[in-house]
Write a protein that binds this ligand. Sequence first.
Ligand SMILES: [Zn+2]
Length: 226
Amino acid sequence: MRILIVAAHPDDEVLGCGGTIAKLSREHEVHIGILGEGMTARNVQREDVDPKALEGLHARARVAGHLLGSRSVLLEGLPDNRFDELPLLDVVKRVERWVNDLAPEVIYTHHQGDLNIDHVVTHRAVLTATRPIASCPVREIYAFEVPSSTEWSFQRLGGAFCPNWFVGIDDTIETKVQAMESYESESRPFPHPRSPEALRAYARRWGSVVGLQAAEAFELVRAVRP
Ligand SMILES: [Zn+2]
């Protein structure tokens, strides 16, 4: 089976489904697609970012992807936290190209109610790029949560995250934490939701909901069994 992760920023793939990627990539072909360049929103002007720092971030995305066992990490470089300034079609076309090139049966992507605008646009672009017409290879779409974005909308911006699909990650949670640590610039100390302690706590919490030691939680967006 071929699986595609569609993330807005370098590190979202790890935060959202790093444990699941590490687990699935043992048996399946997993590809990671990252639409945004990351990082540049921290500067007033996009141009103020040191290109070397950005290159470093992208190199770390490849390291993290390798750690998780993914076959490829595709980087598109859309402007950070500015996806809403682009025509939606531009974002859709990039997802469409990945879908055409890779023909994934399953896609994991962002939840539509996140605080981060790029996450919201990404969710919408995935739905648009994978309309369930006869030629669409995608049979299942799952939405993941991103700690420090999904919960920080406080259910005000597009519905609560209501997971109904869980993947046990007891044997891959530490790989997830390690992959996150390879993104030095994106990790934060506890109690930040991106800290190693918080990531482990999230996994334990969702595990406890479904009788597992640790889990990642997803919303099933759509599933079609032909
Ligand atoms: Zn993000």
